[in-house]
Design a protein around this ligand. Structure first.
Ligand code: COA
Length: 109
């Protein structure tokens, strides 16, 4: 998180309960270069809302702000990775208008 805080090309969004300084949720947008898109693109990461504050629209607002930030930065695409077993999150993203792709995620280490 410290690396993200120092980065000028990435973004950390926080939903905060101002009355008691409590963080209720967050997400990050990290930028990459896409040669296919011919410019900077974003990877949305770390979206989470505190369990006792879910289903109040906080996750949806964080997503909207992430998209706004990406548009303001001129990012040509915004994507995210989700565990295929995380059905609640997949349902949530679908409801927010995010579409599945045919991409498959591979990892080496
Ligand atoms: C996914 C997550 C961020 C959603 O946050 P949230 O603040 O509860 O979402 P919202 O209240 O903005 O949801 C908006 C709508 O999305 C849908 N939705 C949200 N969570 C859902 C769930 N668990 N199951 C089905 N639909 C869901 C609902 O239609 C919801 O509307 P509703 O409030 O009328 O039910 C939250 O459940 C979470 O932190 N999950 C654990 C972390 C996680 O899996 N993050 C994603 C990693 S890829």
């Amino acid at each position: 998180m410290n690396l993200l805080l120092k980065s000028e090309k990435d973004c950390i969004l926080v939903a905060e309960l101002l009355s008691d300084n409590r963080v209720l949720g967050m997400c990050t947008v990290q930028t990459l270069i896409s040669t296919a898109e011919g410019g900077a693109v974003g990877l949305l990461e770390d979206l989470i809302v505190a369990a006792d504050f879910r289903h109040q629209g906080i996750g949806a607002k964080l997503l909207v702000e992430a998209v706004n930030w990406a548009e303001c930065q001129g990012l040509k695409r915004l994507q995210l990775l989700a565990d295929k077993n995380n059905l609640p999150a997949l349902n949530f993203y679908q409801k927010q208008g995010w579409n599945s792709t045919q991409l498959v995620c591979l990892r080496k280490c």
